[in-house]
Every structure is written in structure tokens, then in C-alpha cells.
Design a protein around this ligand. Structure first.
Ligand code: ADP
Ligand code: MG
Length: 728
């Protein structure tokens, strides 16, 4: 049988192992298996660190059996076998009841995986998983590094290790199997080993230096493929001619500027000029506008939209939630006045219409909105993902604005873009600032503008952590502060991670995507719920205040009505889930109390906090938690409280998350092709790969002479598409 990278694992490993690998680890082909890298390496001497382990930790150790003894138990029926293992630096006991492990003989080396427990003050494993290392190939385990793979229920690390070993050819490596996609001159320039050598070293290293060298090369594979994909996207976009939308005096844009109740900040003006210039070119703009929460991105976008309408085109604004879409529509209609009501009785015929397209529109209203869009009467179109759906057609889409891009995928942006007769200009906005390398990767096909400055006259937000287990009285004080603010005419949000009232089984946390992965913790109480907390507050500390709830189980009409009531100051306190997280803008709100703050991610907390102090009054954000202030969770919250710099927090957030999440890919980041690359740590590597990728595509033949690279790029595209289909 000739084995290639595409060979299915079932043919190489047999159906049982292959099924486990496919179902539990998504490993289907020889390529998948070779790209399934060890998580770490067990080696002799690690037991010196055993003292640092805590009871309950799950660990794998490499050790040698030093003694075995079996005796009858005194209190109970049966036998107990105690096996002492050591690695020269430490030792521990493995305990088995009524079970003699025949192969566990003195002198044998093995991997022992178990949960740390203690007995009579000594660390022990009870019934650990044992895997004895055979010496058939003469390996000296006392000196070796044993790879520990990400494993699953039925596919243990050592099954994976054995399977990889099967693929090693007669030459003692992967040389017969692996064709290197990276051209030799590029490898030489950057001192990269061949792919076959790197794979061998990652799966069977003889030293940690080997691992590092190999990992560097394997990161290059990932970085280069990603950057080639992005460079190709940039090139393709640059080649498609768009339509210039020059500025025209005396139109909507001038009307917007005249109606603005404030002066633009310097940053808004500068970015505005940049956009105005790019819209005036027939090469489509592709720009990311990142700006701190509350920096005033909306008005920048609106001015660009107005310019496009003045030039005869349409502009679409894609928002992540109905609440936000409705708020944008309301704000823009108010600002445009009669100019936004062309065709209505009191409208200005020289103006345009503002269409709102969301999933909850009634059939008749939807038909009318779609007709306004298709026939060009609506110059400004605002909506949720309903905008992307089949059946929504534009007369002449000139600009696509995506608000809070982190909620959308590139595919959604592209789907909306595809509705232009020619490629429209694109502006994406995010308040989750991202480090440069992440930007180069995640948004690698965009130019970047940044709004650093907040409009002047903002009161600023002061934040504190309220550790209820340690300072119970602080919580009482928190509600008192909230009452004081309401007494002074202000308003407040109280945010909880869950809706509550488990009538439906669908009562998942509304949006826990930002929460760090602490793994399942059965001992944790369920997160606090909006409905419970609202009840408690109403009958307790906030009695007498006008209090209402907002969450994802309300109908869109109810949600919108409550947001409007809150904006109109008919509600003092809004108890809500993270539906208020992005973009909600009620300048009179000054207090944000986040219950169970530890259940939210860093960036999410920063976003939530951005909902207050959006006007001239100072804001207060209280992060209520029962985590202790010395725990890592408590410290994470303290960091959020201590800084208002979104960039710094974004970095902190990335450090506590996995790369796969950053890329928005499912679980492990497998789909995005990033397994080993660290977007934070490999800045230099990513920059070099970007330069090489750009240079490669600028040559006359592009990737034509590099079929291996072309295939990698195609594979990534297929995987991305597959993920898009899964999401849809
Ligand atoms: P974000 O960047 O978070 O989307 P918004 O665009 O929602 O922020 O703006 C936040 C608030 O600041 C809004 O109420 C908006 O009207 C107001 N705003 C925007 N620009 C200015 C400015 N130059 N001066 C004063 N207030 C402004
Ligand atoms: Mg916004």
C-alpha cells in the first residue's frame, strides 16, 4: 500500500482507531495526524515538581517502576497493590485495588496519567492509566522526551504516538511521505529545516532545542499560508474596479454636519478626511476603523454614508443586534430630519429614505423596505444579518459599513459586498482594539484607522471590584450609590450572565463567548439570572425605583420598546443580559453594576463599561464577584478595574484566550490552520511571512511554480468555507 498525506487513516490504522480519531479529534487523513502536534513532552526529572501539584490536578509523568508490593487489605475484602515509581528526581505511589498489573515490573519505564491524590501525607495516583514503554527499538527512555498529545476519551496520547510511529518510513523519517510546500530559497533565507525534518522532530525530538527549531518551521507553514490567502484577497480586491463616490456640496453630508449637536473631535475629522478621499477613488476602500468604546465611530460612518448617497449611491450599515440596528436607525433619522423622509408628506424631496431591515419585520413592512432598497429610494439601509439574505437587492450599493466587526465573519462582510453591481467601498468598525499582528492576520486585507481620543467633556468611568465574599457590606454600598445616582436624575444598568426562569431548556448564558475557559466546574453554582436579580432588587435594595428587564427572550418589539423607554428616562434601572453589551448609547446612564463579573471576558467587561459615562456625567462601574481577590480571576477583574485603555485590555484578553477563539474558528483553531502560531508572540515571524507572501504574489507567475503552496492556500479556503457553511 502506498501511503500519501491524503491517505485516509482508516486504511493505515484500521477502523477502530481511525473512527475514534475522526469522531473525537477530527483527524481524518495522514496529513491531519502529522499536523496533530504534541501539547508537551514528558521527560525524566519532572517529578521534582510534583510538590507544586495540587490534589485534583491531572498529570502525566514519565517514570520507572522501583518497587511493587501486593497485600491483603485488613478492613476490607481483597488486595491492594502499591507500585512505587520514580524518575531520579522524585517518587510517588500508584495504588490499585484488586488488580495486579502484570506488566508493572521493577525497572519498567512508563507513562502514568492520573489525578493527584494524597494518602498519609504522600502523593499518590489511584488506578492511573498506565502505558509501559517498550524498548523494542532500543530507545533509552531515561533520556528521552515522550510526546504528550491532545487526546480524547477513546484515543489516548500513546495511541496517537504509536500511530505516528507507524508512518515513519524505511529511511527513519517522513521523507518518503512529505513534500515540502515551502520553496527552498525561502527556507534558506530564514534558516528553516525541511518539513519532513521538522515533523520528525516535533513528534520524536531528542532535545527541546529540536522542538523549538521544528516548531519555528511549522509556524512558518501556518503564517505563510494565512498571509498568502490575505495577500491574494488584497490583490483581487485591488484589481476589481469600484465606483468613485466624490463629495458633493449642498447635500446630505452638509445637512448632517449642520445638524450635529457637537463639534467633531480632531480624530473624527482626520479619519473623516481619509475616508472622504478614499471614497473618491474608483479603487474600493477596505478600511478598519478601530476606536475605543464611546470614541464616536457612528458619526464617522454616517458622514461617509452621506457622501455616498450624495454621489448617487446607497450605503448599508450592518449591525450585530436588532437593538443596535434600531438605535442606529432612530439616531440617523433624527439627525437627518426631513432629509431622511423623502417621499413622505413632510419630507424633503431632495433627501433620501432610511430603511431598517431586521429579521422581525412583518411581511408587509419587509416587502416595502425591500422595495425601497431595490428601487433606490432608500439611500441609507440599516439592518442585521437580514440584510445579507437572499432577496435583498440594492439599486446601487456604494458603501458597506459593518459595525462591531468582531461579531461577524469575513464571509458575512463579503456576502453583503457581493450585493453591489461593482465592488462597493467597505468600512468595518470595532471597539475591540487588537494588537498589530492580530490585525495583520485577522484583518490582514484591511487598512487600519484608529480613533484614540474620546470626545472632550466626558466624565470618565471609575471602576471597582466588589468581592462579595470578602466585603459583603460593599454590595449594600453599591446599591446605595446606584440610588444616589438615580436621585440625581441619572440611570443605571445591572447586568447578569443569564436570563433565568428555566421554563425553556434553552436558557444558556446569553453570550458567554468572551468568558475565559476554566473548563467544566461542576461545583459552581449557576450564574445569576436577570429575572431573579430584578425581583430581588425590586423588593429589596432598589424598592421604589422604576426597574425593568431586557434580555434575548423578549420579542424584538419588546426589546426595542424597552430600550426606547430607557432612553426616554421612563425607566431608572435596566436589569439586562449582555444584549446591552455592544453599541447601546444612552448618555444619561451613569452606573453599570455587573453581577458575576467573573463570568465575562475582559473585552466584554470593557464593552459593558462603555455603556456608561457617554455624556458629560462621570460614570461608575462595579464588578461584583464572589471570586477571591487573590485568585487569578480576581486579579483579572482588578486589571479591568485598574485600566481604561482598551488596547491594553485587549492584549490581556488575548493572553487568557486560545488562538482559535481569536480567529473566530471552531474550538481548536484547526479550521483556520493555526495550531502552533501565536499571534501575540510571533510578531516578527508573521511580519516576515507577510512580506514573503506579498513578494511571491507580485512575481509574474505568482504561485504557478509553487504547486505545494497553492495547494495549502486552496485547502485553507476549503476549510474556511466549510466553517462558514457550518455556521450558517
Ligand atoms: P462608539 O465609537 O462606541 O460606537 P458612538 O458612536 O456610539 O460611540 O458615540 C458615543 C456617544 O458620543 C454618542 O452619544 C455620540 O452622539 C457622542 N459623540 C460622538 N462624537 C462626539 C463628539 N465629537 N463630541 C461629543 N459627543 C460625541
Ligand atoms: Mg458603536
Amino acid at each position: 500500500m502506498s501511503v500519501t498525506l491524503e491517505t485516509s487513516l482508516a486504511r493505515v490504522l484500521g477502523p477502530k482507531t481511525a473512527t475514534g480519531m475522526a469522531e473525537q479529534l477530527s483527524l481524518h487523513t495522514v496529513r491531519d495526524l502529522l499536523r496533530h502536534y504534541p501539547r508537551r513532552y514528558a521527560q525524566r526529572g519532572e517529578m521534582a515538581r510534583l510538590d507544586d501539584l495540587r490534589v485534583g490536578d491531572r498529570v502525566t509523568i514519565l517514570a520507572q517502576v522501583t518497587s511493587v508490593s501486593t497485600r491483603r487489605m485488613r478492613q476490607r475484602h481483597g488486595t491492594i497493590t502499591e507500585v512505587t515509581v520514580g524518575d531520579g528526581a522524585g517518587s510517588m505511589t500508584l495504588v490499585f485495588f484488586n488488580h495486579k498489573h502484570a506488566a508493572l515490573a521493577r525497572g519498567a519505564w512508563g507513562l502514568f496519567a492520573g489525578t493527584v491524590g494524597t494518602y498519609a501525607g504522600k502523593l499518590q495516583f489511584t488506578h492511573p492509566d498506565c502505558h509501559l514503554l517498550d524498548n523494542d527499538d532500543g530507545e533509552d527512555w531515561a533520556r528521552a522526551l515522550v510526546p504528550i498529545y491532545p487526546a480524547s476519551k477513546d484515543v489516548s496520547s500513546w495511541v496517537i504516538q504509536k500511530s505516528v510511529k507507524l508512518l515513519i518510513g524505511a529511511g527513519g523519517g517522513f521523507g518518503d511521505l512529505v513534500v515540502d510546500p515551502i520553496p527552498e530559497d525561502l527556507r534558506a533565507r530564514h534558516g528553516l529545516p525541511s518539513l519532513a525534518a521538522a515533523l520528525l522532530d516535533i513528534h520524536r525530538p531528542t532535545s527541546l532545542e529540536d522542538v523549538e527549531h521544528a516548531a519555528h518551521r511549522l509556524k512558518w507553514d501556518e503564517a505563510l499560508t494565512l498571509q498568502l490567502t490575505l495577500a491574494a484577497r488584497r490583490r483581487a480586491a485591488a484589481l476589481e474596479p469600484g465606483t468613485a463616490r466624490p463629495r458633493r456640496p449642498g447635500g446630505l453630508l452638509d445637512a448632517v454636519d449642520a445638524a450635529l449637536p457637537f463639534d467633531l473631535t480632531e480624530g473624527q475629522r482626520a479619519v473623516g478626511d481619509e475616508l472622504a478621499g478614499e471614497l473618491d477613488r474608483d479603487q474600493p476602500m477596505h478600511r478598519l476603523l478601530q476606536g475605543e468604546v464611546g470614541s464616536g465611530k457612528t458619526v464617522v460612518a454616517l458622514r461617509a454614508m452621506a457622501q455616498v448617497v450624495d454621489a448617487g449611491g446607497q450605503a448599508a450599515l450592518l449591525a450585530p443586534t436588532e437593538v443596535l440596528a434600531a438605535q442606529h436607525a432612530r439616531g440617523i433619522r433624527a439627525l437627518l430630519g426631513p432629509l431622511g423622509r423623502a417621499g413622505e408628506l413632510d419630507g424633503d424631496p431632495s433627501g433620501t429614505r432610511v430603511a431598517l431591515l431586521t429579521g422581525s419585520l412583518k411581511a408587509a413592512a419587509r416587502r416595502e423596505a425591500r422595495a425601497d432598497v431595490a428601487e433606490g429610494r432608500a439611500g441609507i439601509v440599516i439592518g442585521t444579518h437580514a440584510l445579507i439574505q437572499e432577496g435583498v437587492e440594492f439599486a446601487d450599493l456604494g458603501l458597506v459599513v459593518v459595525d462591531e466587526q468582531h461579531r461577524f465573519g469575513v464571509e458575512q462582510r463579503d456576502a453583503l459586498r457581493a450585493k453591489g453591481n461593482r465592488p462597493p467601498h467597505v468600512l468595518v468598525m470595532t471597539a475591540t482594539p487588537i494588537p498589530r499582528t492580530v490585525a495583520m492576520t485577522v484583518y490582514g486585507d484591511l487598512e487600519i484607522s484608529t480613533l484614540r481620543q474620546l470626545p472632550s467633556g466626558r466624565g470618565g468611568v471609575s471602576s471597582s471590584v466588589v468581592p462579595v465574599n470578602e466585603k459583603r457590606s460593599w454590595l449594600d454600598r453599591a446599591w446605595e450609590r446606584l440610588r444616589e445616582e438615580v436621585a440625581a436624575g441619572r440611570q443605571a444598568y445591572v447586568v447578569c450572565p443569564r436570563i433565568g426562569d428555566e421554563a425553556g431548556a434553552d436558557d444558556e448564558p446569553e453570550d458567554a463567548d468572551g468568558a475565559p475557559d476554566d473548563g467544566p466546574r461542576a461545583d459552581r453554582r449557576p450564574p445569576l439570572a436577570v429575572l431573579d436579580i430584578a425581583e430581588l432588587l425590586r423588593s429589596g435594595p432598589l424598592a421604589g425605583l422604576r426597574l425593568d428587564v431586557l434580555h434575548g427572550r423578549l420579542t424584538p418589539e419588546e426589546k426595542d420598546a424597552r430600550m426606547q423607554a430607557f432612553a426616554a428616562r421612563e425607566i431608572d434601572v435596566l436589569v439586562a443580559t449582555t444584549v446591552v453589551e455592544v453599541g447601546v448609547d444612552v448618555p444619561n446612564a451613569t452606573v453599570m453594576v455587573v453581577m458575576d463579573a467573573d463570568r465575562f471576558g475582559v473585552s466584554q467587561l470593557h464593552q459593558l463599561r462603555g455603556r456608561v459615562a457617554r455624556g458629560k456625567h462621570a460614570g461608575l462601574c462595579l464588578l461584583v464577584t464572589d471570586a477571591s481577590s487573590s485568585s487569578s480571576t480576581g486579579q483579572r477583574l482588578a486589571a479591568v478595574a485598574a485600566t481604561s485603555d482598551g488596547f491594553e485590555l485587549a492584549r490581556l484578553d488575548l493572553e487568557t484566550r486560545r488562538e482559535g477563539d481569536i480567529l473566530g474558528a471552531a474550538q481548536s483553531g484547526r479550521r483556520s490552520g493555526v495550531r502552533m502560531l501565536s499571534l501575540l508572540e510571533d510578531e516578527e515571524l508573521i511580519a516576515s511571512a507577510r512580506a514573503e507572501a506579498t513578494a511571491l504574489l507580485e512575481t509574474e507567475r505568482g504561485l504557478a511554480d509553487h504547486p505545494g503552496l497553492a495547494a495549502e492556500v486552496a485547502r485553507l479556503a476549503t476549510d474556511e468555507r466549510a466553517e462558514w457553511l457550518e455556521k450558517a
